[in-house]
Ligand binder design. Structure first.
Ligand code: 5GP
Ligand code: ZN
Length: 146
């Protein structure tokens, strides 16, 4: 495995502005924030993708992200809303291949936004949504299923 920058932060070999840590995860400031107050929450155990994490590890990661979203709102930093974002895979925009949840404050006119493809304006028919739902439902693992 090539040197992972987030593993180096965990080991204290690379500097970071720490916000939170427990035995499962770590949260620190992003060096290139979308807005001031942009936090990254990562699992201590190196995992490239969500698929490499078990349900318990994920639950604890997202629980920390939940608490950090509340802390960002209460911090006094400019914050009218919060985005939680996780890029899982290169096509999803992942650039650092150690799972991380972005938690960052948003405010009107901050310039951040999502862009959509040309098909976005065309709403799918119900039968297409039902078919997609069927496929995803049948792929659900017992760990997350009903
Ligand atoms: P991704 O595109 O993979 O979802 O986001 C990676 C994030 O990691 C980016 O927002 C980038 O600014 C941040 N990042 C990359 N290298 C470092 C680093 O060495 N330290 C910190 N704190 N953040 C980093
Ligand atoms: Zn790592």
């Amino acid at each position: 495995m090539p040197a992972c920058i987030f593993c180096k932060i965990i080991k204290g070999e690379s500097p970071a502005s720490l916000v939170f840590e427990d035995d499962n995860c770590l949260a620190f400031m992003d060096i290139q924030p979308v807005n001031p107050g942009h936090v990254l929450v990562i699992p201590r155990r190196h995992a490239v993708s969500l698929a490499d994490m078990n349900a318990e590890e994920c639950a604890r990661l997202f629980s920390a992200a939940h608490a950090l979203a509340a802390a960002v709102r209460a911090s006094g930093l400019r914050c009218e809303g919060v985005n939680l974002l996780l890029a899982d895979g290169e096509a999803a925009g992942q650039e650092v291949f150690h799972v991380h949840v972005h938690v960052f404050p948003r405010f009107a006119g901050d310039g951040f936004g999502f862009t959509y493809g040309p098909e976005y304006a065309i709403l799918p028919e119900r039968r297409e949504l039902d078919e997609q739902a069927r496929k995803i439902r049948s792929a659900l693992t017992p760990a997350v299923g009903p």
